[in-house]
Design a protein. Structure first.
Ligand SMILES: Nc1nc2c(ncn2[C@@H]2O[C@H](COP(=O)(O)OP(=O)(O)OP(=O)(O)O)[C@@H](O)[C@H]2O)c(=O)[nH]1
Ligand SMILES: [Mg+2]
Length: 427
């Protein structure tokens, strides 16, 4: 039995720090050489599998994740500090999709897998990096590159950790309704539950588990009497059974008989289920006389029985902690790999940012140059600065933009446009 847990999160990486404009100051040298350092890189955002998690519940409370930006470069060729990466833990089996396109970016299954969900921006170069034989004192530096940001859709096929079993009317659905947000049908007659209900139980931040509530089991359930048979198959995949017994003795039933009958049905269905770890819960302690039945039950069971009233909430919180603690001692459903440093980082492909990947197109009023790498680089520089502008025009020549414009038939006086920026072509 599975249901799909979903969440939407926003991940944004840190921008790179800005490069610095600075000149060495020496006692007898009024204008020393450029020594502005590079900015530090921005932090990236990673998604990483945490085998201890089984739900996406925490993402309902926090869905924005931002890594910090890199520090700015400084004089004396000091590089800015790089920001730490931000690692978000997700349960094993989380499928990560691009929220906009629905495209699957990663299927995070194993603890050693990491998705680079948003790349941090590179730090900008300081003015020292722009010095050449002919430009000894560059008055400009580069801004840090922006970090990537995107909305992600997380989807997890949830397998229940805990199966609620018990005789009809024991209060299984009532318990589920008070420990989770699930809204199962509850009524004072047997077989109210006709198909399994799943609920996510939050213990505290980062600690939650999934409970399956199945129809009540009666004598012959293992052979298909009642509804139990089909559903026993489903609880077979849970790690822990919580056996609910109605201790009220209402309707003339004996809790000890009910307990034994359900245990027997489990054993007849599969040895596996009979050997599954289980917690026994005596319910309906708000009814007079239930306490005595609880004691009798405890003696018959031979292990302690947790007493609760799903109706009043008595003992329920303690039960939830008890279940959580027990789960921690049980093997995780995902096979843990031997510890090693073989981490597989999954990358989200991005379009080419090579400066040489550009196109030239002729429009009515201008020649338009387009290229992601070129446009991103341009954004990081202030072309109002004449020093920067000279550097930029040489760069356009070097990477072949000017030649491509000539091939496209450009003449003196024509306008060239790159993103928002325009200039007049002069050969
Ligand atoms: N007094 C009292 N009544 C309870 C308590 N828990 C459940 N009930 C009642 O018992 C009846 C059966 O509860 P359900 O939660 O539907 O029982 P179930 O085990 O899911 O039953 P099936 O789905 O038929 O197997 C309902 O009338 C509940 O209101 C309790 O702690 N005290
Ligand atoms: Mg029910």
């Amino acid at each position: 039995m599975q249901f799909v847990d979903r969440a939407r999160i926003y991940v944004s990486a840190g921008a790179g720090g800005d490069g610095c404009v600075s000149f060495r100051r020496e006692k007898y040298e009024p204008a020393g050489g450029p020594d502005g350092g590079r900015g530090g890189d921005g932090g990236s955002v990673f998604l990483e599998v945490d085998p201890a998690m089984s739900t996406l519940l925490d993402f309902r409370y926090k869905n924005q994740y931002k890594a910090e930006r890199g520090g700015h470069g400084q004089g004396g060729n000091r590089e800015g500090k790089s920001a730490p990466d931000l690692v978000i833990k997700v349960p094993p089996g989380t499928v990560v999709k691009d929220d906009e396109t629905g495209e699957v970016l990663a299927d995070l299954v194993r603890p050693s897998q990491r998705l680079l969900a948003a790349r941090g921006g590179k730090g900008g170069r300081g003015n020292a990096a722009f010095a050449t034989a002919t430009r000894r004192a560059p008055s400009f530096a580069e801004k840090g590159e922006p970090g990537e940001a995107r909305w992600l859709r997380l989807e997890l096929k949830v397998i229940a950790d805990v199966g609620l079993v018990g005789y009809p009317n024991a209060g299984k659905s009532t318990l589920l309704s008070v420990i989770s947000a699930a809204k199962p049908k509850i009524a004072p007659y047997p077989f109210t539950t006709l198909s399994p209900n799943l609920g996510v139980v939050k213990v505290e931040t980062g600690k939650s588990f999934v409970v399956a509530d199945i129809p009540g089991l009666i004598e012959g359930a293992h052979a298909g009497v009642g509804l139990g048979h089909d559903f026993l198959r489903h609880v077979e995949r849970t790690r822990l059974l919580v056996h609910i017994v109605d201790c009220s003795g209402m309707e003339g039933r004996d809790p000890v008989d009910d307990y034994r009958q359900v245990r027997e049905e489990l054993a007849l269905f599969s040895r596996n289920l009979a050997e599954r770890p289980f917690i026994v819960v005596g319910n309906k302690l708000d009814i007079p006389g239930a306490e005595e039945n609880l004691q009798r039950l405890e003696e018959a069971v031979g292990q302690d029985v947790v007493g609760i009233s799903a109706a009043t909430g008595q003992g329920v919180k303690e039960l939830v902690y008890r279940i959580w603690r027990t789960l921690q001692q049980l093997p995780s459903p995902v096979q843990e790999e031997p510890a090693g440093d073989e981490v597989e980082v999954i990358q989200i492909p991005r379009s080419s940012r090579r400066l040489s990947d550009f196109t030239v197109r002729r429009e009515e009023d201008a020649f338009v140059v387009e290229g992601e790498g070129l446009e991103l680089l341009m954004e990081r520089h202030d072309l109002e600065n004449p020093d920067t502008l000279r550097w930029w025009l040489v760069l356009l020549e070097d990477i072949g933009v000017i030649e491509a414009l000539r091939n496209a038939g450009i003449k003196d006086g024509d306008t060239v446009r790159i993103a928002e920026w325009e200039f007049e072509y002069l050969s």
